[in-house]
Design a protein around this ligand. Structure first.
Ligand code: ZN
Ligand code: FE
Length: 259
């Protein structure tokens, strides 16, 4: 099984999973990059997975479904293009077209109210999670429809996945996230090493993704709200950030205005 990020718009990735014949895509905000890849690789699109309702994740769904007949799966509690099979946290799906490839659905509210993630225990040689705009490498999504407490629960669930789980998120925000992460934790040596690796990839026009959950636990400040250094940095901005969710909220507001 192959996993590859198809660049779309300025900084989106549409994830394509295929076995050389059949394919699924995650969050096709635009149909054209998917049509191009299907043609280039000689693939039949069977399945479309949608993590949340934003247009940069759903804009290509209708055109792809009409052209290919692909089955759409998406969050139960959000408005996405119909017809779609609606999923809640804890649901399991398996895809006969792709050799029975199986996903577990995880509820990850925060960026949007009904955001879901798709976890696959064994995709090729390791697990993978398609987490939309919830967890990014080095960061997390903006809280458009949820609270810091909800986002903390969502990120904690993702951080609890096996360390070798590939993090397939929907935007190439890594370098700007890492710049912020270094402001939060200037003494984090792993963060410095990882930044150098990502800078080299971007200089070569390569994606920094997928990341890995184990790595994110070491470098992503939004997964590190229990660390003393992270709490201290958050409290320097918001002195009353005394529990983990208010630390996360303080980091998120700081990041919103960070350049
Ligand atoms: Zn979004
Ligand atoms: Fe997005």
């Amino acid at each position: 099984m192959n996993i590859l990020p198809l660049p779309a718009f300025a900084d989106n990735y549409i994830w394509l999973v295929h076995d050389g014949r059949r394919a699924l895509v995650v969050d096709p905000g635009d149909a054209q990059p998917v049509f191009d890849a299907l043609q280039r690789l000689g693939l039949q699109l069977d399945t479309i997975l949608v993590t949340h309702h934003h247009a940069d994740h759903t804009g290509g769904v209708a055109a792809l479904r009409e052209a290919t007949g692909a089955q759409v799966y998406g969050p139960a509690r959000e408005k996405i293009p119909e017809p779609a099979q609606r999923l809640n946290g804890g649901d399991h799906i398996s895809l006969p077209g792709l050799g029975g490839l199986a996903f577990e659905v995880i509820d990850v509210p925060g960026h949007t109210a009904g955001h879901i993630a798709f976890y696959c225990e064994s995709l090729g040689d390791a697990p993978a999670v398609f987490c939309g705009d919830t967890l990014f490498s080095g960061g997390c999504g903006r809280l458009f429809e949820g609270t810091p407490a909800q986002m903390l629960v969502s990120l904690t669930a993702l951080a609890a996945l096996p360390g070798d789980t590939r993090v397939c998120c929907a935007h190439e925000y890594t370098l700007s996230n890492l710049k912020f992460a270094r402001a939060v934790e200037p003494g984090n040596a792993e963060l410095v090493h990882y930044t150098a690796r990502c800078e080299a990839l971007r200089a070569d026009h390569q994606p920094t993704l997928p990341s890995r959950i184990g790595l994110e636990r070491q470098i992503n400040p939004f997964l590190r709200t229990r660390e003393a250094a992270v709490q201290q940095a958050a409290r320097a901005r918001e002195p009353h950030a005394d529990d983990e969710s208010s630390v996360l909220g303080a980091l998120r507001s700081w990041k919103n205005n960070f350049t």
